[in-house]
Design a protein around this ligand. Structure first.
Ligand SMILES: CC(C)(COP(=O)(O)OP(=O)(O)OC[C@H]1O[C@@H](n2cnc3c(N)ncnc32)[C@H](O)[C@@H]1OP(=O)(O)O)[C@@H](O)C(=O)NCCC(=O)NCCS
Length: 173
């Protein structure tokens, strides 16, 4: 069986930084995915518009089909991350369109975040952090495959009473 990365190259995606005009498509993707964090459209716009403002740096990446005939502006996955120089990089939200899962899209998005962290120069973070619902088996399998380990649990963290698991991965130098 081919790896997720091999399948991603077969399905020809590109990963790039989001533009303001992508916010509607990202919001629509996230809104159809109950496991993704539920953000208003303004949160995605803010990620793009204020990426380098204040002490917190933000990056919003999107994955787009690169196949001939793909609809212009279509987005099949996104990842939002932030970091305060000197601290960890936090993965704040991620989702891949159901029809594009297990194709390496999230792997490519995470690779882009790692490169972004390194580009944040001398203060690049040593770790990636995130929180995930304890019952989100697909996300847990993905993160564990990407080298994350569980570092803690927050009881009844979500509004419906589900626990959050805290995960961390070291960024390779
Ligand atoms: C979690 C999620 C982002 C993974 O995206 P993806 O593009 O399908 O992930 P990849 O194709 O890059 O997967 C890479 C590897 O992770 C593991 N993996 C990913 N999804 C998996 C699943 N459902 N079951 C088991 N392993 C899985 C596999 O090892 C996979 O490699 P393989 O396909 O060669 O076996 C996607 O399932 C999703 O959007 N879920 C809904 C939103 C969500 O839960 N967000 C997380 C909030 S914290």
């Amino acid at each position: 069986m081919s790896s997720a990365a091999e399948r991603a190259s077969q399905r020809a995606i590109i990963v790039r930084r989001a533009r303001l005009g992508d916010a509607t498509a990202i919001h629509a993707l996230a809104s159809n995915e109950p496991s993704a964090a539920s953000w208003p459209i303004t949160a995605y716009q803010q990620f793009v518009a204020a990426a380098g403002e204040g002490p917190q740096l933000r990056a919003l990446f999107v994955a787009c089909p690169a196949t001939p005939g793909a609809r212009v502006g279509s987005i099949v996955g996104f990842l939002a991350a932030s970091l305060v120089p000197g601290g960890p990089c936090e993965i704040e939200n991620i989702a891949v369109l159901a029809a594009w899962r297990r194709s390496g899209v999230a792997t490519r998005l995470l690779q882009s975040v790692s490169l972004w962290c390194r580009a944040c120069a001398a203060n690049h973070p040593a770790e990636l952090w995130l929180e995930v619902r304890s019952g989100n088996a697909a996300a847990l399998a993905f993160y564990q495959r990407m080298g994350f380990a569980v570092t803690g649990r927050r009881a009844a963290y979500y509004g419906d009473g589900e626990d959050a698991l805290m995960l961390a991965a070291r960024l390779r130098p």
